[in-house]
Design a protein around this ligand. Sequence first.
Ligand code: FMN
Length: 268
Amino acid sequence: MNGTVRLDVDFNLCARDGLCARECPFGLIEVDAEGLPSLRRAAEKMCIGCGHCVAICPRAALSLNGISASSLPAVERHALPEPESVTLLLKSRRSIRAYKPEPLDRREIEALLNVARFAPSAVNSQPVHWAASLEPARTRELAGMTVDWMRSVPDMPYKGWITAWDQGQDRILHGAPHLVLAHAPESARWGQVDCATAVAWMEILAAANGFGACWAGIFTRAAQHWAPLKAALNLPEGHVVQGGLMLGRPAVRYARVPERHPLRLHWL
Ligand SMILES: Cc1cc2nc3c(=O)[nH]c(=O)nc-3n(C[C@H](O)[C@H](O)[C@H](O)COP(=O)(O)O)c2cc1C
């Protein structure tokens, strides 16, 4: 954490079960002869603020950096979906490339992002930031800037996409009303993976909520390379777009799960 880290223990609530000490990924909690936990000095440098110590305590006896367990949402185990439901959701999710013109409202997009922010990140660094277009006209403008980039690249393999755009067809963002981008500081060690993970969560959540989404790979490339587009996105200094999604209300429904490669696995 490289700063002050504080673990407060409510001695009346603590069951002296050592769960928090066992759970700390870096072994930064010690337990005294009476079974009471406290932070080791190394925590100042090594605590990643993952909150596992607080989250695992069944008695809500701990606070980390002033955030008490009792202020955190409880895990309602009975409300979790059955494995079959999750499997069905994952297999039936499809990349959506046809959208109804009605946009989502700001709260619907924020609600998805407010779950995606719980995606895992390397050493709990949480480097992911989001940028999103609310207005369909703005989304279209950004798609157009991707086409500008395509026109600027000699031997661009996507010539057909440029022709399609000129004929009124958007093969970049497929007429989606929104674009949602995950960006991170260039210096973030696992920035690309952390952003991709969060975007994948976002796509699944969109499907779970009956929305449509599709990875915007071409747009992401353009956002990494085309200065006018980078400028239009107005990201913080040193940030890079590492992934993004088209988003909207689907105008299509899939009746079947298409086949994929069989499992390729070798045991180690
Ligand atoms: C990193 C990544 C980038 C992608 N970029 C695009 C894209 O720019 N345009 C597009 O139409 N689909 C894009 N896709 C969607 C893939 O084409 C799609 O996932 C694949 O064909 C499988 O279809 P499914 O997602 O319905 O299973 C991308 C997917 C990923 C994972």
